[in-house]
Design a protein around this ligand. Structure first.
Ligand code: ZN
Length: 165
C-alpha cells in the first residue's frame, strides 16, 4: 500500500471472507474503482443494513451530489427524497444523499449513504485496504460508550474524572 499524496496506489486486499471487521480504528473511505478519498471513520454515523450502506455525516469534495432528486416509491427508503452520489474522478455511483425522509427514517435525513460494495476502507493501523463489505459500521449507543469509560476500558481514571467534571 502506498500513498502518493493524492490517492492510494492500487494494491487492494479484497477481504471476501465471512469474517466481519468491526471498525474501531481510524480509517479512510475510498472509491473502490479509483481509490479517491471520500471520507473517514470520524464522519461515519453507522450503517443501514437494508441498503448495504454506510451512513456518513460528512464526505470529501470528491463525492459529487447530483442536483437531480428522486422519490423512492417502495422498499426500505419508501417516500424518501434523495440525490445520487458519484465519484468526481471516475464517475462511479457511490450512493445517495437523503434530502427528506419520513419520521421513522429521520436519522438519515441530510446524511450521505455510501453503497458498501463501491467503497474501500484503508485501515491506518494495519495499512491495509479492505472492501467496506468486510467491515461493520455499527455504532455504540452513548450508554455503551459511557459504560466502557466507567469500566476503564477506554480512558484512565484521571480522564474519567475530567469527563465527570
Ligand atoms: Zn472513483
Amino acid at each position: 500500500m502506498e500513498f502518493d499524496g493524492t490517492f492510494l496506489i492500487q494494491s487492494k486486499v479484497d477481504v471476501e471472507t465471512d469474517t466481519k471487521l468491526q471498525l474501531t480504528q481510524p480509517a479512510t473511505l475510498h472509491c473502490w474503482q479509483c481509490s479517491r478519498i471520500l471520507g473517514d471513520s470520524l464522519g461515519v454515523c453507522g450503517e443501514m443494513k437494508q441498503l448495504d450502506s454506510i451512513i456518513c455525516l460528512k464526505v470529501t469534495y470528491d463525492v459529487a451530489v447530483s442536483e437531480a432528486t428522486t422519490v423512492s416509491r417502495g422498499g426500505a427508503m419508501a417516500n424518501c427524497v434523495y440525490s445520487p452520489l458519484k465519484c468526481r474522478r471516475c464517475h462511479s455511483a457511490l450512493g445517495r444523499f437523503i434530502r427528506a425522509a419520513p419520521s421513522h427514517l429521520a436519522a438519515v435525513r441530510n446524511m450521505f449513504l455510501l453503497y458498501k460494495p463501491n467503497i474501500g476502507c484503508y485501515i491506518l493501523k494495519s495499512s491495509s485496504v479492505v472492501t467496506a463489505r468486510a467491515v461493520t459500521f455499527d455504532t455504540k449507543t452513548c450508554k455503551e460508550s459511557m459504560d466502557e469509560v466507567r469500566q476503564g476500558n477506554v480512558y484512565s481514571d484521571a480522564e474519567v474524572l475530567y469527563v465527570q467534571l
